[in-house]
Structures are given as structure tokens and as C-alpha cells.
Design a protein around this ligand. Structure first.
Ligand code: FAD
Length: 279
């Protein structure tokens, strides 16, 4: 039951009671305000800082309004948006570093390497302009630690943004135990969490092609290729999508391997042969 203590045209000062709310346990769940409303109309039930675990529900260890599974670009943007709209949010990630594939083993590290390779290419191209450089000496360990420092910086920044928004991060392997419950194996025990709403942003994983010898150290997926031990003389890339093309591309190819071939799926052997092209 709500009573308005003011009428249109009344003047109010700080501290005046303008509305009386009768809040009972059976009140309807808090609605997410529409975009743009969040700042102007704070949601009454938003908990104090750090108290996302305060309510407790049933037998669960914790309760939250919005649970986000996965901390990649899908997960963290959803978590931030929900928090900005006044929801208590818990985000679960199995890895120690948040950011998902994109920040840790995808877009960011691959673009860092592509940038390095691009500079090598551009320096070589300057020969045509009358400026020649000696052949570059590549220290793959140093390149990797530079690349890792970029990833650290960005994932650290993301963690700070989560903290700012009071999005609670729990590290562990999550699985659903009910329509409103999830359990998280944190490595130090199982945590149970109940939630009003859940956003699943669990991403994708590398496909293991059945007939391939995956235990052969020469077989790499994109994550392995970003953490390569030695630069191979020759490399066959299977899959000519954005990830494969990134490795074969005119820039990355220079850094990763001396010879790269791209193999893209075709309907017959001739098609496949057509798509194999030396770099
Ligand atoms: C080499 C490479 C280069 C790429 N380059 C680009 C690019 O230039 N531009 C671009 O737009 N895209 C690029 N991508 C694709 C991009 O990385 C993905 O599209 C993006 O990461 C997908 O985001 P997501 O949040 O859906 O999932 P993900 O980033 O995969 O995040 C999902 C997260 O959920 C976690 N998770 C899943 N299940 C559980 C569970 N049960 N318990 C706990 N945690 C769990 C995972 O650990 C993961 O961290 C690239 C990918 C690769 C591999």
C-alpha cells in the first residue's frame, strides 16, 4: 500500500517524507526500469554496496536478482547493464581472469600480435620508398610477455569496472541445479546460489575434429597458436574464418610462420585444393 504525502504543486525540502510505502514480503519482484530511467528513479530494493549476498533464499548460500554465467563480452556487458539498471548482480567465471575468450585468448592478444607483424611488414615495405631496415630479430618470449601485459591491463580494468558497479564475481565451474538455482564449484567447496533471473553467456569452445591426432604437439588450436613455443617453418591452417584468416593474413603470417596455407571446407577435393593457397 502506498500513500502520497504531497500533491502536485507542493514544495518539498530535503528530508520531507513524500511517500509512504508498505513493503511486505510478498511484494512483486522489482521491475527493471527502462533504459535511461535508472539514474532518475533508483530502485527501492537495491541493496547496499557489497550486499548482493544479503537476502538468502531457501537453502542456497547466496541469492541475487540477476546471475550472469560467463564473463566474456556477452557476460560482462549484460552484468554491467543490469547493475546500471539497479539490479544486484553476481557474475560467475571459471577462469581466474574475467573477460572470456575475447580478452584472454581471442581478439585482444591476436590483435596485439597482428599489430607487431604489421609493423614488421611496414618496415620491410619502406624498402620501396628508399629506406631499408635490417631483418628483424624476433624474440617470441618477449613478444608474448608484452602481449600478456596488454591482456593483464585490460582484464584488470574490467575487474575494476565490475567492482565500481558492485557486480560480484565468483570464480568457479557453474552448473544449474534447478530453474532458479545454480551451484558453483569454486575449488574450495561448492557454493549454491539462487537467482531471480539468469543470463547465460557461456560462449563457445574449440571443436575437436574426431580423426585428428590431438595429442600430437604439432596440432594447435587458436589458443595454442597465441602462446606458441617456437615459430614453425611451415604451418597448415584449417579453417578460413576470422580466426584462421587472422593467422594466414598478410600480417600475422610473417610473425607466426614462414609458410602458411589456409584450408577451407569445400564440397569436394577440387574445391579444397582451390582454397589451399601459399602465403
Ligand atoms: C583467436 C581469436 C580471435 C578473435 N578475434 C575477434 C575479433 O577480432 N573480433 C570479434 O568480434 N571477435 C573475435 N573473436 C571472437 C570473440 O572472442 C568471441 O566472439 C567472444 O569472445 C564471444 O563472447 P562471449 O561472451 O559470448 O563468450 P566467451 O568470450 O567465450 O566467454 C564465455 C565465458 O564463460 C565462461 N564459462 C562458460 N561456461 C562456464 C561454466 N559452466 N562455469 C563458469 N564459467 C563458464 C568461460 O570460461 C568464458 O570465459 C576471436 C576469437 C578468437 C578465438
Amino acid at each position: 500500500m502506498t500513500t502520497a504525502n504531497v500533491s502536485v504543486g507542493d514544495k518539498v525540502s530535503e528530508g520531507d517524507v513524500i511517500v509512504t510505502l508498505d513493503v511486505s514480503d510478498t511484494a512483486a519482484p522489482t521491475e527493471i526500469p527502462k533504459a535511461g530511467q535508472a539514474q532518475a528513479t533508483p530502485v527501492e530494493t537495491t541493496p547496499a554496496a557489497g550486499s548482493a549476498i544479503a537476502t538468502g533464499k531457501g537453502d542456497a548460500d547466496m541469492h541475487t536478482q540477476t546471475l550472469v554465467l560467463g564473463s566474456g563480452p556477452g557476460g560482462y556487458t549484460a552484468a554491467f547493464r543490469a547493475a546500471d539498471l539497479g539490479q544486484q548482480v553476481i557474475m560467475i567465471e571459471r577462469h581466474a581472469r574475467i573477460g572470456g575468450v575475447c580478452l584472454n585468448v581471442g581478439c585482444i592478444p591476436s590483435k596485439a600480435l597482428l599489430h607487431t607483424a604489421q609493423i614488421i611488414n611496414e618496415a620491410a615495405d619502406m624498402g620501396d620508398h628508399g629506406v631499408s631496415f635490417a631483418a628483424p630479430k624476433i624474440n617470441i618470449r618477449k613478444i608474448e610477455s608484452w602481449k600478456n601485459s596488454i591482456v593483464d591491463k585490460l582484464t584488470g580494468g574490467l575487474k575494476a569496472l565490475s567492482k565500481q558497479r558492485k557486480v560480484e564475481i565468483i570464480q568457479g565451474e557453474a552448473s544449474f541445479t534447478g530453474t532458479h538455482t545454480m551451484q558453483v564449484d569454486t575449488g574450495e567447496g561448492i557454493k549454491t546460489i539462487s537467482f531471480d533471473n539468469c543470463i547465460v553467456a557461456a560462449g563457445s569452445r574449440v571443436t575437436k575434429i574426431p580423426v585428428f591426432p590431438h595429442d600430437d604437439p604439432r596440432m594447435m588450436d587458436s589458443t595454442d597458436a597465441l602462446d606458441i613455443e617456437d615459430i614453425p617453418k611451415k604451418l597448415l591452417v584449417i579453417g578460413g574464418g576470422i580466426i584462421g584468416a587472422g593467422i594466414v593474413g598478410p600480417n600475422a603470417g610473417e610473425l607466426i610462420a614462414e609458410t602458411v596455407l589456409a584450408l577451407e571446407m569445400g564440397t569436394d577435393a577440387e574445391d579444397i585444393g582451390m582454397t589451399i593457397h601459399p602465403h
